[in-house]
Write a protein that binds this ligand. Structure first.
Ligand SMILES: Cc1cc2nc3c(=O)[nH]c(=O)nc-3n(C[C@H](O)[C@H](O)[C@H](O)COP(=O)(O)OP(=O)(O)OC[C@H]3O[C@@H](n4cnc5c(N)ncnc54)[C@H](O)[C@@H]3O)c2cc1C
Length: 413
């Protein structure tokens, strides 16, 4: 049995999973160092994240009370229906199904967040424990600890290394080299942007568009994903009130948009985008929505060109059980999935909470370190793998178009 004591945990990746793990461990009295590849939080990764009680309650577990209140207050306003709703091209309801996750009907239900705000909340108070511009490239484990090597050749030593470095995780690549990323490219809903909610647009929108994340489809196969973000409170004001040491950028209400492109449109790789690319892609979206409800077309016409970006999707197949060690993985590094069920971030945060629970057992002397990590990994696989599989199935109809071709083709890369 490991001596009861707080652990020193190295975390590769300062995305949602890594930062939530860091906050949860600090809350319990452990020490952490987070190594984030990017120099800042500016990479375009999406805007609105749909949340349910899986992710939201994991945040309650990991965050100190004031930062949790800040998450809640900067989240989207309540909506009436906790359902995923599918509409036709005239924005009439076609079908709906309950959101996933445990009951979510408390006084402040979990709704959705602006990703950048949540990342700012999760980064709060990490101080010198947060190292940006510091990718982890490899690790070496021994009986007493683990040493991570960074891209500049320097090293860091800890009791545990957590790979929270996203779907193309360097940590997973070394730990589980047999698990490939299956790239699906940019199809279906791979191009994103956001539209400010002006009074004119607001007046045009049917009420149903205020129900969280919606997918509209037509008979030609065009799809429009929209998520309407109206925060409960302005982020900067909420921070000044609830946690004055935390700086949050102001965010005005917006609609996150992802839309099919007209047939034959080629999306250039991000590095080749010019000023004209976003103009052309927005035109192509409008062409794909020929004859749709005026509000749908106005939402797309209003997409801010500078907000547009393309995400090449990918996913992991569930890995077979592996031998546990001092090195583990959380979030997309462990179960990167297509975004169509809106579950990846929720599950990433849940991993963080499960892992913190297990490392706390070690600190209390209730479990041996590698056994506790094994328990976390078992729980993580049990919860996430069925959802990973479900996402692939759901995607056939409504998602990134990942599996439009025969399933054998998807391994072609
Ligand atoms: C367009 C889109 C919409 C989505 N919508 C939803 C939604 O509504 N709800 C939902 O639950 N999920 C959603 N998801 C999924 C969700 O974004 C991911 O599941 C979530 O971000 C995973 O968090 P993570 O911390 O595991 O990985 P990431 O957010 O990818 O973070 C990984 C971090 O690691 C860093 N990194 C990478 N390599 C290294 C390295 N070698 N060393 C150090 N750092 C490294 C990266 O820079 C990054 O900051 C969506 C995803 C996309 C793309």
């Amino acid at each position: 049995m490991t001596d009861p004591r707080p652990l020193h945990v190295l975390i590769a990746g300062g995305g949602l999973a890594g930062l939530a793990t860091a906050q949860g461990l600090l809350k319990s009295g452990h020490t952490v160092e987070v190594f984030e590849r990017d120099a800042d939080l500016d990479r375009k990764q999406g805007y609105y994240l749909h949340f349910n009680a899986i992710g939201g309650e994991a945040l309650r577990r990991c965050l100190p009370d004031d930062l949790f209140a800040l998450y809640q207050q900067t989240s989207r306003q309540n909506y009436d229906r906790h359902q995923s709703i599918v509409l036709d091209d005239q924005l009439n309801e076609l079908s709906s199904r309950e959101h996933m996750g445990p009951p979510n009907d408390g006084p402040v239900p979990h709704t959705g967040v602006h990703r950048r705000t949540l990342r700012q909340v999760l980064s709060a108070r990490l101080g010198p424990a947060m190292h940006t511009g510091s990718p982890v490239v490899s690790f070496v484990e021994d009986a007493d600890g683990v040493t991570a090597t960074l891209a500049d050749g320097s090293t860091a030593r800890g009791d545990v290394l957590v790979g929270a470095d996203g779907i193309r995780s360097a940590v997973r690549t070394q730990l589980l080299p047999q698990v490939p990323v299956i790239p699906t490219g940019i199809r279906g809903i791979g191009v994103y942007g956001r539209t400010p909610i002006t009074p004119e647009l607001d007046a045009l929108m049917p009420d149903i568009l205020d129900q969280g994340v919606l997918m509209a489809v037509d008979r030609k196969g065009s799809r429009l994903l929209i998520a309407n973000f109206r925060p409960r409170r302005a982020a900067d004001e909420a921070a000044a009130d609830l946690a004055p040491d935390v700086v949050l950028d102001p965010v005005a209400g917006y609609i996150m948009v992802s839309c099919s492109l007209s047939e034959g449109t080629v999306v250039p790789p991000v590095a080749e985008w010019t000023d004209q690319t976003a103009v052309d892609l927005r035109e192509s979206m409008l062409a794909a929505l020929e004859g749709w409800h005026p509000a749908a077309r106005a939402i797309v016409a209003g997409v801010e060109l500078e907000s547009m970006f393309a995400i090449p999707f990918g996913f992991l197949e569930p890995a077979d059980d592996w031998a546990s060690s001092r090195v583990t993985i959380v979030g997309d590094a462990a179960h990167g999935m297509l975004p169509t069920l809106g579950m990846g971030a929720n599950l990433a945060l849940n991993d963080a909470a499960l892992l913190v629970d297990q490392l706390d057992r070690v600190a209390r002397g209730e479990a041996e370190l590698v056994e506790a990590i094994g328990t976390y990994e078992e729980q993580m696989r049990e919860i996430t793998y069925p959802i990973l599989r479900m996402t692939l199935d759901h995607d056939k109809n409504f998602g990134g178009g990942a599996l439009e071709e025969a399933s054998g083709d998807r391994h072609a890369g």
